[in-house]
Design a protein around this ligand. Structure first.
Ligand SMILES: Cc1cc2nc3c(=O)[nH]c(=O)nc-3n(C[C@H](O)[C@H](O)[C@H](O)COP(=O)(O)OP(=O)(O)OC[C@H]3O[C@@H](n4cnc5c(N)ncnc54)[C@H](O)[C@@H]3O)c2cc1C
Length: 236
């Protein structure tokens, strides 16, 4: 049985960032990732905010991201663009860089740090004892770790296996009972090919905010908003 101080389930942005941080701190860490390759099917998140770039700079890797992305003033409040270029920061801007591109950069960094990534493998279960945790992995022997970290996304198997309800997890992090309202607006997003020239831009109407934009590969990114059925148009 292979042993590590920490096993991370999931090699998305959260898992890779944590793996890099632990490796820099000299911790023996391994990642188990379901995907065979790091490619994502869609582009997902569209960029990084200033604080993220600052943190990447503290780790000495901001330049890798800046070389692949496009700096831009992306901070907004209620639809109004805010210019933060005079903020006291080395990086007073956001960076347009799709998630599939920044995941690739993170994967390269983690590989350089020598973190083993078991690709094409699923964490399928876990058994805790006083000293650590046995981690069941598809298609191979279990791993043993002092700590198992669930970075396996919003439907985390690790979270569920540990008996943690999402609501409880949020309450533990924020120290509050997660007050708020049910959502009143939902959005659909798509990445599409268009035969004809499409007018890009943002449109706001009574149903919400909609957008069309050209992606790096020439396709069209689409966001369409609408009211969630049965919900009020605005929050009380
Ligand atoms: C279509 C789409 C569009 C998005 N657009 C935006 C956006 O515009 N802006 C924004 O900020 N965010 C956006 N997001 C959200 C953003 O992608 C997530 O916040 C981000 O990916 C979360 O990173 P993560 O590492 O926590 O989880 P994930 O990216 O979900 O990574 C989890 C990883 O764990 C792996 N995994 C899951 N289960 C197991 C298992 N049992 N064993 C092993 N591996 C496992 C998965 O393969 C995956 O690689 C979007 C998400 C989607 C789906």
């Amino acid at each position: 049985m292979s042993e590590h101080a920490v096993v991370i389930a999931g090699g998305g942005p959260t898992g890779m960032m944590l793996a890099g941080e632990l490796a820099l701190a000299g911790v023996d860490v391994a990642v188990v990732e379901r995907r065979e390759r790091h490619a994502l099917e869609g582009s997902r998140a569209r960029g990084l905010h200033a604080r993220t770039i600052e943190v990447l700079d503290q780790r000495g890797i901001a330049d890798r991201f800046l070389a692949k992305g496009q700096p831009a003033q992306v901070a907004t409040f209620a639809g109004t663009r805010l210019d933060m270029s005079d903020f006291p920061s080395r990086h007073p801007y956001g960076l347009a860089l799709p998630q599939n591109a920044f995941e690739e950069i993170l994967a390269g960094w983690v590989a350089e740090l020598g973190v083993p990534i078991l690709r094409g493998r699923d964490v399928t279960g876990l058994a805790q004892d006083e000293a650590g945790v046995d981690v069941e992995v598809s298609g191979g022997a279990p791993l043993r770790a002092a700590y198992l970290v669930g970075c396996d996304g919003g439907r985390s198997l690790i979270r569920k296996a540990a008996g943690i309800e999402l609501r409880e997890a949020v309450t533990a992090v924020w120290g509050t009972d997660f007050p708020g309202w049910e959502p009143s607006v939902s959005s659909l997003i798509a990445e599409a090919e268009a035969r004809d020239e499409i007018p890009v831009g943002i449109v706001r109407d009574a149903r919400g905010q909609h957008g069309l934009g050209r992606l790096e590969d020439g396709r069209i990114g689409v966001v369409v908003s609408g009211r969630t059925p049965g919900r009020p148009a605005s929050r009380p």
